[in-house]
Design a protein around this ligand. Sequence first.
Ligand code: CAA
Length: 288
Amino acid sequence: MQHRTNIRTVGVIGAGTMGSGIAQVFAQNGRKVLLYDALDGAVERAVGMIGKFLDKAVGKGKLEASAAEATKANIKPSALGDMSGVDLVVEAISEDPPIKHALLRELQKTVAEDVIFASNTSSISVSDLGRVSGRPDRFIGMHFFNPVPLMALVEVVVGLQTAEPVVETITALAKDLGKTPLRVKDHPGFVSNRILMPMINEAVLCYSDGVADGETIDGVMKLGMNHPMGPLALADLIGLDVCLFILEVLHRDLGEDRYRPTPLLRTMVRAGFLGRKSGKGFYDYDNK
Ligand code: CAA
């Protein structure tokens, strides 16, 4: 089936860290964004955070005040029922397959048939989500990286049934947002997390084995490998629960012992040490 190529209005579903970053990037690039989150107050929080980043950039002379105001005006807090007018849906809700499935079934009822659904999933099969969405040929992974406004990459994840013209539309769109799209196949962890998560897991194992303390492990990777942040600090940024979930997908779907989550990671998640978002992970954060 033909799909819509002129993308002026985007429905961003999920206003957490990733959804708010995605909304900001679309809005900064002239798109109207309808932003929805099932959690009360989440959209208002996201709009507040985006406003703060934009105001800070204006204060530092990095952004015109008029551009900041135009970006803010492009973001509209919305209900799920408002999505009938969008030209693209980008889903960025929690990495929970049944919740994603229920949302996609709901969206399928509201959103026009020719609209592409893109998912920011970091590890759930795009082919599976495509099947559930009822529009597998118009379903694709558009995997952004945290912090979205600063990171260059969009990993374009092509499902078994994704139509080639849909890949072309999303690739062109990512470029238009100032990002660099790189195309990968739908396979567990895609490329990004298949490589990143074993590194983070190994860093947690080094920490748990007492090879060195957290600052030293991170220091080795920053100073010796030129990584902008060490793997433990990065795990805190991503969320330890998200890292654990992705490792479980890799371990289960690829069936190799080398992806087995380090027990300490599981224990920390059970204790509620989720990284930055909970105020504690491998480091302590002041979340006030
Ligand atoms: N919007 C707008 N501006 C933002 C922003 C946002 N969301 N977040 C930060 N900024 C601004 C800051 O305010 C700051 O502005 P000033 O320079 O004017 O003060 C500027 O951007 C730079 O911020 P920092 O000082 O924090 O920048 P830094 O040089 O310390 O770099 C970093 C921060 C970009 C996060 C860098 O440490 C980095 O690249 N780390 C690695 C990140 C990474 O690997 N991310 C991928 C994670 S994996 C993932 O996301 C996908 C997955 O599936 C798990």
